[in-house]
Design a protein around this ligand. Structure first.
Ligand SMILES: Cc1ncc(COP(=O)(O)O)c(C=O)c1O
Length: 385
């Protein structure tokens, strides 16, 4: 085998010294506090059976996508699924991508143009930042959920970049902190300065709203939003993502978004699963969402009862982060929680800033109150020891 380049080896060594070396681990049979399968739909039998039925009813007996969506890969289920998504999420159009990562990459690398400006929340997901980096627009962070900071920055930039189109980017639920922006206020700022607001709903779909339509729909601000990203690999338990927006935006992305054009389409089975999962949300999913929302409330009240609130980042979503500074320390606490049977993952720097290393608790509809209580009992013991 060819020798591994020395500078890459040094990077690996550095990661080890920082106690931040990443490894792929096998799955253990622990209580799930780490997956994004918030509603347990990844293992839902009804969705599994319905996806199969959809394939058979549509006479699609194919295992693979066979080509790009622009060539041979645009099988009939895409049209059905995009129509369904359009109505479910109350959007003029929907365009399915292979994943949320691909969708953000494809959107941010093609929509903002040279001389345009992108303002993005400093805690935006890597896929948003990678997309922006591939594009030609100038990009600036604003402090996390600090819309005053954003407004000041817009005012400043408008003095010098008169013709620039300005995009504002946020997440409905932040993936590492689990908190939410004041989206109504952001929509107001966006309108006031003629900006284009983009909202990543990866962690709010299936979690927020009676049928899990996400934060934009829940607050009724869709008329002020230029584009939404919804993903199917999290609460929907499937795979893939869609950009929701106008028909023209969809046409634009089909023509210019390289992560849509230059890749093999999703296999029909994945698109059938998306359809079946959306159908489930509209029906029996309501009960699962209610169970999840009850668990979120219960977890919140237990944090308060146990005086653990100050350790946690304030939020009201399925993601709760308990800050335990230091890679070594947070790994140790997570390891001890896992020994007690709870799958809680440590999030290390550099994924989060140094000093903000944390345990990330993902709550689910299927977690029992007993599981929620006992993991907090172990956590408190570990933190105090
Ligand atoms: C906020 C956010 N956006 C986008 C993505 C990417 O979605 P996907 O997992 O479908 O690639 C993620 C995934 O972790 C995310 O947390």
């Amino acid at each position: 085998m060819k020798k591994f380049p020395l500078k890459l080896d040094k990077s690996l060594q550095f990661r080890k010294e920082q106690k931040a070396f990443r490894e792929l681990s096998g799955q253990k049979n622990l209580v799930d506090f780490s997956s994004n399968d918030y509603l347990g739909l990844a293992k839902n039998n009804q969705i599994f059976e319905n996806a199969h039925r959809i394939l058979v009813e549509n006479d699609i007996l194919k295992n693979g996508g066979t080509g790009s969506r622009l060539l041979s890969g645009n099988h009939a289920l895409y049209g059905l699924a995009e129509e369904k998504l359009k109505y479910f999420f109350n959007s003029e159009a929907a365009l399915i991508y292979n994943s949320g990562y691909d969708a953000n990459l494809g959107f941010f690398s093609s929509v903002p143009q040279r001389n345009d400006i992108v303002f993005y929340d400093e805690l935006s997901h890597a896929s948003i930042r990678d997309g922006i980096n591939l594009g030609k627009a100038k990009a600036y962070k604003f402090f996390h959920n600090d819309h005053e900071d954003l407004e000041q920055k817009i005012i400043r930039i408008k003095k010098t970049s008169i013709d620039a189109i300005i995009y504002i980017v946020t997440e409905a639920v932040f993936s590492m902190d689990g908190d939410m922006p004041d989206l109504r206020q952001l929509a107001e700022i966006s309108e006031k300065y003629g900006c284009f607001l983009v909202v990543d709903e990866a962690h709010s779909v299936g979690v927020i709203g009676e049928t899990g339509k996400g934060l934009v729909e829940e607050l009724g601000v869709s008329d002020h939003v230029f584009a939404r990203l919804v993903t199917f690999g999290k609460a929907l338990g499937a795979h893939g993502a869609a950009i929701l927006g106008s028909r023209k935006l969809k046409d634009y992305l089909i023509n210019f978004s390289r992560s849509l054009i230059y890749t093999t389409s999703l296999p029909p089975h994945s698109v059938a699963t998306i359809l079946a999962a959306i159908q489930f949300l509209e029906t029996d999913g309501v009960l699962e969402i209610l169970k999840l929302q009850n668990n979120i409330q219960h977890f919140n009240s237990e944090l308060e009862k146990r005086d653990l609130e100050p350790l946690f980042i304030k939020g009201n979503s399925a993601i709760y982060s308990c800050v335990v500074p230091g890679n070594e320390k947070v790994k140790q606490v997570a390891f001890n929680l896992q020994l007690e049977g709870f799958d809680v993952k440590p999030i290390l720097s550099p994924t989060v800033p140094e000093g903000k290393e944390r345990l990330r608790f993902c709550l689910h509809s299927f977690n029992s109150e007993e599981e929620l209580n006992s993991t907090l009992t172990v956590l408190k013991k570990e933190i105090l020891s």
